[in-house]
Design a binder for this molecule. Structure first.
Ligand code: APR
Length: 311
């Protein structure tokens, strides 16, 4: 069977790590695409990664390019093209610049690989994934945004740090938009099946939820110049792997809702089944009144940013 082709659009901090992780997981051959000004940088990263292979023992081919013709036939795109946040910036502050970039990227991808599965990471995520969907005209199952996977991973991390138990055994989900209005569903969080609400005090849970909502910003502040990249990259690889290996994993992702959870026409973080058919299903479940209110609040925030795209 021929290897899959995975293309990273944007070969910066997240893009470089995406390429490394995809190679190490042997997901397929990898192309790192960036603008002509960054062509040397992505060609260099690709070559460096090629030379890492003898130590790691895999055969993926990794190339860097700024020529759109080289992405033809791609099976999975992961898009990080755009600028990241600096301290004091909201994800929404990136809209002006990243909107133009996303329109350009969507137009080219549609031309080169109309059947590909596309994972969007660029921020503001909820508006960027919507922009890609509108401009490309792709079917909804081919387009997804990476946010909830990361936000849930952060929530899991903080719960594991709090209790000292293995992060592997912490399960939970964070729904809604990729901003400060995201909704951690703590009621359903467990450690090895034991409800988190029985293990951590309500006060500490509240603090952990709050830290989760601004976890991206905490890293932006520490870096001083850029945003998180290791965990965002691995979160998107988890999604790409589920598609490539038809794992049908259930991951909170920004999927297009058409009636699910009472939301219509917006990409928002909901439990999504990812398999070889792309976004195969959204798993709906009943929410408490508080959770519903949280989701409505986050939907308003998403609507506002999406409205600013003018699409
Ligand atoms: N086409 C392809 N790549 C582009 C384009 C474009 N039109 N415009 C910019 N890029 C590239 C930049 O040249 C850069 O190499 O996107 C890359 C972005 O990399 P970084 O600046 O290192 O940013 P990164 O930390 O990877 O974050 C990328 O993901 O999480 C979001 O908020 C984050 O929007 C940001 C994106």
């Amino acid at each position: 069977m021929a290897r899959k082709k995975i293309t990273m659009i944007g070969g910066g901090q997240i893009g470089g790590n995406l390429a490394l992780l995809a190679a190490q997981k042997e997901l397929g051959d990898i192309v790192i695409f960036d603008i002509p000004q960054a062509e040397g940088m992505v060609k260099g990263k690709a070559l460096d990664l090629m030379q890492l292979r003898p130590h790691d023992g895999y055969d993926a081919n990794i190339t860097g390019t700024s020529d759109w013709n080289d992405v033809k036939g791609t099976d999975v795109f992961i898009i990080t093209a755009g600028i990241p946040r600096k301290p004091g910036m909201d994800r929404e502050d990136l809209l002006g610049i990243n909107l133009g970039i996303m329109k350009d990227v969507a137009t080219h991808i549609k031309e080169q690989a109309p059947n590909a599965f596309v994972i969007v990471i660029s921020n503001p995520l909820d508006a960027m994934v919507y922009t890609f969907y509108k401009v490309s005209g792709f079917p909804k199952n081919q387009v997804i945004g990476m946010a909830g996977a990361l936000d849930s991973g952060r929530f899991r991390t903080f719960i594991a740090m709090e209790t000292g138990y293995s992060v592997q055994d912490v399960t939970c989900m964070v729904l809604g938009g990729h901003g400060d209005t995201m909704v951690p569903i703590t009621r359903l969080a467990t450690i090895g099946g034991v409800p988190v609400t029985d293990l951590i005090s309500p006060e500490r849970i509240k603090e952990i939820e709050d830290r989760t909502r601004v976890a991206g910003g905490e890293i932006v502040k520490l870096f001083g110049n850029g945003s998180a990249f290791y965990a965002p990259a691995q979160s998107a690889i988890e999604m790409a792997e589920s598609f490539i290996r038809d794992k049908k994993r259930v991951i909170p992702c920004a999927s297009l809702c058409e009636g699910e959870f009472g939301i219509d026409g917006y990409f928002i973080g909901v439990p999504s089944v990812i398999g070889s058919g792309g976004v195969e299903k959204i798993l709906e479940f009943s929410l408490t009144d508080d959770e519903k209110a949280g989701l409505n609040k986050t939907l308003d925030a998403v609507k506002k940013t999406v409205g600013e795209t003018g699409l």
